[in-house]
Design a protein around this ligand. Structure first.
Ligand code: C2E
Ligand code: CA
Ligand code: CA
Length: 732
């Protein structure tokens, strides 16, 4: 396409060239016509002049001949040769007369104007003779050289002879030739001048046209070309274009319109960028801003031999706030967290001097509850540590929500550039890995990245592979921890807790492999595995001394609630095992149940319909209130271990445990105290009126075989003894 394109300048030049060629052609034709006309005029005027001079020569001859005829008539009649001689010789010497011949009626010469009359008496025999002898009136004859006028000599009516006057045409001819040469010379001179004038004018016109064409090309095409160039710049995102604003014509208008357009495009571009790069909730930069800015910043950092630190800040359990207090509260919390992060960053800038580079110390919201801060300079390691501590400190102060203050923990991972990674992407990943480690190590802390952490991540990948394998090969075991009725001191059921003995790693904690299963989408499979195992095992359990059947309590991950068919699957497993729904209980962590996500709620409703009793696990650590408890059909709650453990030392924990027990009683639901490790704790719980308890003091989680022994110890032996008898390796 491009090659066949004809530019405006080329077109204008072509049109201009063609017009000039036409002009030259017309001028040439004009010149030719003019030339022809001029020559015709010159020739015909020469002819006219020639004719006129011949005419006057003839008239001169006639006048001379008739005068001679009058003078000679008598002399001829009398043959007075002397008289004839006088008259003729006088005539011969005059003007152009070359000869005078007087002849008689027979045509014989009487006188030839010479002194000796050499031809006297001879007959005339030149070319004019025959008609000259015969004529009776004036006769003009011409030859190449001569004009011969014959006048008859009459006596009355009788012709007695004649006189001939011969005129030389040569002299008039040479005059004419001179005249013609003169004229030609003049014509040539005239032509030369005209040609000069004409050519000069043409040249001037050409020059003028060329100049006009060149100027107009420059005036029109040049700005157009410039604008095309500017348009290219605009395409590349450079909106500052220099335009000559002095021009006051259409092109000038166009240029100015173009400049205005470019300026407003630039404004839009800036606005769009600002919008596209800003997180609307917190006003910080967003993920895109970070992605676009980091490579450029790192390029500079590298060039300046400087350093950068990237802090990856993640809120622990933020989802819980969203789920329990609503999204508006969640938003308010995020805004305040962002403010505190920025404050922490700014307070690590000990130097009061305003450093231009600090604009590059981006603080961005990376995802829902993830924030990223970039620090620059040679001392970033110390600053990053300082900032992490400051952030943790600032977030220890409660955050305001719509209804009440909350305290949130954060986990912070830090990676350094160029020490830990040499690209934006890997630096972000490594900071994320470090953050994850901070979370694994008890949350609410910070961790610097090290290469060993990547190993841990890789380990998780390996763990996932092994877990798939273990699920397929039925390598996962179920342990059971007895749940004791404090009133009757008998076993009423057991919590099923999964165990995985890895061939190389040894015992893998359930918190770890459950998290891996959740992360890699294996949780539904794992959940069903646990349920089937528990249903299979419980069928071998003996009845209680009072004839009642024991129940098994299976832990479910909140992620499993996303499975629409969960209730249906559970019903199938129960039916296949021939178990009534009330013998298999389900434990879900308190906080997970209270989200307002519709999917989970409908699964919960379906579970209630099939009659499976539901327990709220780790109760007291979440945000649930009475309203939530009433909204759900639950069997009861399991008071979180942490309250039981501190119960004897901490008044507030004891008060909380007491309150929960009272609350469940008034709601008519049941209550299990978890983590009972001491006899005193058991007594205290009994006093409070807590119905059920579970813990190391009452029985470790144990293998099915051990649990059977434990159950078979019979009513005679004390709980403590049977526990000891069935002692398994737990806890390590
Ligand atoms: P959880 O549901 O809160 O389970 C109770 C945990 O407390 C168990 O840890 C148990 O061994 C431990 N425990 C019981 N009595 C005492 C005590 O007196 N003192 C102390 N310090 N701890 C006690 P375990 O077995 O390590 O399980 C950890 C968590 O893993 C469980 O917490 C549960 O959330 C999860 N989990 C275990 N098995 C399964 C399973 O089959 N499915 C699912 N989804 N989660 C499971
Ligand atoms: Ca549990
Ligand atoms: Ca628990």
């Amino acid at each position: 396409m491009r090659s066949s394109r004809i530019g405006l300048a080329t077109r204008l030049t072509l049109v201009m060239g063609m017009s000039l060629a036409a002009l030259i052609l017309v001028a040439g034709i004009g010149w030719w016509v003019y030339q022809r006309a001029f020559e015709t005029i010159a020739r015909s005027s020469l002819e006219t002049i020639t004719a006129l001079s011949e005419d006057s020569l003839a008239r001169q001859g006639k006048a001379a001949a008739s005068l001679l005829a009058k003078q000679l008539a008598n002399q001829v009649y009398f043959l007075d040769i002397g008289g004839i001689g006088r008259i003729t010789s006088a005539a011969v010497n005059r003007g152009d007369i070359e000869y005078v011949i007087v002849f008689d009626a027979q045509g014989s010469v009487l006188h030839d104007g010479t002194e000796d009359i050499g031809t006297f008496g001879q007959a005339m025999n030149d070319e004019f003779t025959p008609r000259a002898i015969a004529t009776t009136s004036t006769l003009v004859q011409t030859s190449d050289r001569l004009i011969d006028v014959t006048e008859p000599l009459m006596l009355g009516t009788e012709r007695i002879g004649g006189v001939r006057v011969g005129l030389n045409r040569d002299s008039s001819r040479t005059g004419l030739a001179r005249m013609e040469a003169d004229l030609r010379a003049q014509v040539l001179e005239h032509n030369r001048r005209t040609l000069l004038l004409f050519g000069g004018t043409l040249l001037a016109v050409l020059l003028l046209a060329g100049t006009i064409a060149f100027l107009s090309l420059r005036k029109v095409v040049q700005p157009l070309r410039e604008m095309v160039e500017h348009a290219r710049e605009i395409e590349q995102g450079r909106f500052q274009i220099a335009i000559d604003r002095r021009r006051r014509d259409e092109i000038g208008d166009l240029q100015q319109a173009f400049a205005r357009m470019s300026a407003s495009l630039g404004d839009y571009d800036r606005q769009i960028r600002a919008l596209a790069y800003r997180d609307t909730l917190t006003g910080l930069g967003n993920r895109r801003a970070l992605h676009d800015a980091l490579p450029l910043i790192f390029e500079r950092v590298r060039a300046e031999n400087s350093h950068a630190a990237l802090l990856f800040i993640d809120l622990d359990d933020f989802k819980r706030i969203n789920d329990t207090l609503g999204h508006e509260s969640g938003d308010r919390v995020l805004i305040q967290v962002a403010e505190r992060i920025v404050r922490a960053r700014n307070e690590t800038r000990l130097d009061e001097r305003i450093d231009a580079g600090w604009d590059d110390e981006i603080a961005a919201r990376f995802g829902g509850d993830e924030f990223v801060v970039l620090l620059l300079g040679s001392d970033v390691r110390e600053r990053a540590r300082h900032m992490a501590q400051l952030t943790l400190e600032l977030l220890r102060l409660p955050l305001m929500t719509e209804t009440r203050p909350v305290v949130l923990n954060v986990s912070i991972g830090i990676a350094l550039f160029p020490d830990d990674a040499d690209s934006a992407q890997s630096l972000l990943r490594n900071a994320d890995v470090a953050m994850y480690q901070a979370k694994l190590h008890g949350k609410n802390g910070h961790r610097f990245f090290n290469q060993h952490m990547l190993q841990v991540v890789e380990d998780r990948l390996g763990l996932e592979q092994d877990l798939r394998h273990a699920l397929q090969n039925n390598d996962l075991e179920m342990h059971y921890q007895p749940i004791i009725d404090l009133g009757s001191s008998t076993v009423t059921g057991a919590e099923a807790l999964m165990r995985w003995r890895h061939p190389e790693r040894g015992n893998v904690p359930p918190t770890l492999f459950v998290a891996v299963a959740e992360e890699f989408g294996l949780i539904d499979q794992l959940g069903e595995y646990a349920l089937r195992r528990a249903c299979r095992d419980i069928r071998t359990w003996p009845l209680r001394p009072d004839g009642q059947a024991l129940f098994v309590s299976v832990n479910f991950s909140v992620r499993q609630l996303k499975q629409r068919s969960l209730a249906g699957r559970i019903a199938e497993v129960l039916e296949a095992a021939g178990l009534p729904a009330e013998r298999v209980h389900i434990e879900l962590t308190e906080s997970s149940l209270l989200g307002n996500d519709a999917e989970s709620m409908s699964t919960l409703a379906a579970l209630a319909r099939i009659g499976v009793p539901l327990w709220l696990d780790d109760f007291g650590t979440g945000f649930s209130g009475l309203a939530h408890l009433r909204a759900l059909t639950v069997e009861g709650v399991k008071i979180d271990r942490s309250f039981i453990q501190e119960m004897l030392n901490s008044r507030s924990d004891r008060a909380l445990a007491t309150a929960i027990v009272a609350l469940t009683r008034s709601l008519g639901i049941r209550c299990i105290a978890e983590g009972v490790e001491q006899e005193e704790q058991m007594h205290a719980l009994k006093e409070m009126g807590c119905e059920l308890a579970q813990g190391y003091w009452l029985g470790y989680p144990m293998s099915l075989a051990d649990f059977m022994l434990y159950l078979g110890a019979g009513p005679g032996s004390s709980l403590r003894d049977s526990l000891r008898a069935a002692q398994s390796s737990e806890p390590s």
